[in-house]
Ligand binder design. Structure first.
Ligand code: ASN
Length: 484
C-alpha cells in the first residue's frame, strides 16, 4: 500500500513538472531577438494591471510599440520595483522598464536609454492633513517605497527635518499607510501621485509646482551588457515619437478615467463582485500556488527523508553532514533564502535562474530541513529494543533499519508530515517576493487596482483556508490508509 502511494506521489510530481502549467515556455520566432524585461507590478499610470488582468500602462504600451518598431520581442515580468531593478543588476533579466528615474547613483550600475518621460519628486500627505511644510514632519513617520528615487530623496533630508521612515515594497501599501494615518507623508514621482489622486486616492501633493530633483524616466540594462537591446530601444523610441504613437499612448492614459482600465465601482463594491470580476486571476494564482505546493511537498519530503536517514546513519561523518544541512537551512529565514538564490547567487555567477526554480529550491531546502529534523527524530524515537531484537534475529544494521526501524518510524511521523504539508502551502505565499504570480501576489495586484484591501484579502484568506482544509482531509485519509 505504502509503495503504491509513494509511486503515485512521485508519478504525479513528474507529470506536473513535465507538463508544467506555469506558462514559461513561450515559442518565439527565431530571427527576432527576444528579451526578458522586468517591471514594477504596481505603478499606475506607468505599470499596472487592468480589469482583465493584463499588464498595461504607459511603460507597457511604449515597450510594446518600441519592440514592434525596432523588431524585437519581449516577455515582461512584473514584480516589486526593487526586485525588478535587482533582477537586472544580477543579470536575471535583460532590461527593466518600471517608471525608473535616471539618477547618477544608478548610472554606476545601469546604462539608461534616452529619457522617455519627465518626472520629479513630490511629497504628499493625506487629503485633510494639517501638515503643510517639510518642517511639520519633525518627529513624524514618512512612508516610502524601497529602493525608489523618492525614498532616496527623503533619506537625504531626513536628518534635516527630523522625520522617521517606514518602508514598503509597493506603492499602494504606501498610499494606504498615509491615508490610514500610520505615517503622515510620502515622497514619490509627481506624475504618479497626480494620477492616483485624480482617480480618487485621498492624498494631497504639497509641492506640485516645485518638485524636487527634476529628472527623467528611462529604460535600463545592466551596465555594459545588452547594448544591442538598449540601442534598439532608443531606435524604436525615436520612431514612435516621430510617428505620433508616443503621444497617443501617453494621452490614452492621462485623459481616461482609471475606471476605464480598472473596472467599475459595482465590480468592486462587494466580495462577490470582486470574486466574479477577478475569477480568472484568482484561479490562475491558485493554480500556481497548488503547483508550487505539490512539487514543493514531494521534493521536500524526499529530500527531508534522505536527510533524516543520513541523520541516523552509523557513520558519524554522514550524521554530521545531515545535522549541518538541517542547521543551516532551518536557521535561515525563508525570504532571505529566496533572495539569496534568486538575486544573490546569479549576481556572482552570472547564470540566470528562473524565479520558479529559485522558488522551488527555496521550498525544498527550507521545508526539507524541517522534514529532515522530524524524520531523524522519528527514527530515533523507535524503541532501542527493536533494533537489538532485529539484530539478534540475525538482520544486518541496514536490514534492521529498512525492515524494522524505518516502517515504524514512518508511522510515527505521519502527523508531522501533514503539518509540514500545510506549512509548505502557506509558505508558498512568501515566494511572491521574488515575483512569482501565485495567490498572494495575485491579491496584491488586485488590491493595487481596486484599493479594496479588506475584501480582497478576505477572499484570498478564504481560498487558502479551503485549500488547507482539503489538504488536511486528504492527508487524514492517507494517514488512515497507511495505518490500515
Ligand atoms: N520612480 C521610481 C524610481 O525611479 C520607480 C518606481 O517606483 N517604480 O525610483
Amino acid at each position: 500500500m505504502k509503495k503504491k502511494l509513494l509511486t503515485a506521489f512521485v508519478a504525479l510530481s513528474a507529470i506536473v513538472t513535465l507538463f508544467g502549467f506555469n506558462g514559461r515556455n513561450k515559442t518565439v520566432s527565431a530571427d527576432e531577438a527576444h528579451y526578458t524585461i522586468t517591471s514594477d507590478a504596481t505603478y499606475a499610470p506607468f505599470d499596472f494591471q487592468d480589469k482583465n488582468n493584463q499588464y498595461i500602462g504607459i511603460d507597457q504600451d511604449l515597450l510594446k510599440a518600441i519592440a514592434k518598431a525596432a523588431g524585437f520581442t519581449v516577455t515582461v515580468k512584473p514584480m516589486a520595483f526593487n526586485a525588478a531593478m535587482q533582477s537586472v543588476a544580477s543579470s536575471q533579466a535583460d532590461g527593466v522598464i518600471a517608471g525608473t528615474t535616471i539618477t547618477n547613483e544608478r548610472k554606476a550600475v545601469y546604462d539608461f536609454s534616452d529619457p522617455y518621460y519627465k518626472t520629479g519628486i513630490a511629497w504628499a500627505t493625506a487629503k485633510d492633513s494639517k501638515i503643510k511644510s517639510l518642517s511639520d514632519l519633525k518627529g513624524k513617520t514618512v512612508a516610502l517605497k524601497t529602493g525608489t528615487a523618492g525614498a532616496e530623496y527623503a533619506e537625504s533630508i531626513k536628518d534635516q527635518y527630523g522625520f522617521k521612515i517606514t518602508y514598503f515594497s509597493d506603492s499602494d501599501t504606501v498610499y494606504r499607510d498615509v491615508i490610514n494615518g500610520n505615517s503622515v507623508a510620502t515622497f514619490a514621482d509627481l506624475p504618479v501621485l497626480q494620477y492616483t489622486i485624480k482617480n480618487g486616492t485621498a492624498l494631497k501633493v504639497q509641492n506640485a509646482k516645485e518638485p524636487f530633483a527634476a529628472g527623467d524616466l528611462g529604460f535600463s540594462v545592466k551596465k555594459g551588457e545588452n547594448q544591442a537591446l538598449l540601442a534598439d530601444f532608443n531606435k524604436g523610441l525615436a520612431i514612435i515619437k516621430k510617428n505620433g504613437t508616443y503621444d497617443k499612448i501617453v494621452n490614452k492614459y492621462l485623459s481616461a478615467k482609471a475606471s476605464t482600465f480598472t473596472g467599475s465601482a459595482k465590480d468592486n463594491s462587494s466580495m462577490w463582485g470582486i470574486l466574479k470580476s477577478n475569477h480568472t486571476a484568482f484561479w490562475s494564482g491558485l493554480k500556481q500556488t497548488l503547483y508550487l505546493t505539490v512539487v514543493g511537498i514531494v521534493l521536500a519530503s524526499l529530500w527531508g527523508l534522505f536527510l533524516g536517514i543520513l541523520g541516523v546513519s552509523k557513520n558519524g561523518l554522514l550524521r554530521g553532514l545531515s545535522t549541518t544541512i538541517i542547521y543551516i537551512f532551518r536557521g535561515m529565514p525563508m525570504l532571505v533564502l529566496a533572495f539569496f538564490l534568486y538575486i544573490g547567487i546569479p549576481a556572482v555567477t552570472g547564470t540566470k535562474i528562473s524565479a520558479w526554480t529559485a522558488g522551488i529550491l527555496t521550498l525544498v531546502l527550507n521545508e526539507g530541513a524541517y522534514t529532515g529534523a522530524f524524520v531523524r527524530g522519528g527514527f530515533n524515537s523507535v524503541d532501542d529494543g527493536q533494533m537489538e531484537a532485529a539484530r539478534s534475529l540475525g538482520l544486518s544494521h541496514g536490514q534492521a533499519m529498512r525492515r524494522v526501524i524505518i516502517p515504524q518510524g514512518l508511522k510515527l511521523m505521519v502527523p508531522s508530515f501533514i503539518n509540514q504539508f500545510i506549512i509548505t502551502l502557506k509558505d508558498t505565499s512568501l515566494l511572491s517576493a521574488i515575483g512569482i504570480l501565485e495567490l498572494t501576489q495575485t491579491g496584491t495586484l488586485i488590491v493595487t487596482r481596486n484599493s479594496q484591501g479588506f475584501r480582497v484579502w478576505a477572499i484570498v484568506a478564504m481560498i487558502y483556508l479551503v485549500v488547507i482544509t482539503l489538504l488536511t482531509l486528504l492527508s487524514n485519509w492517507v494517514e488512515k490508509r497507511t495505518n490500515a
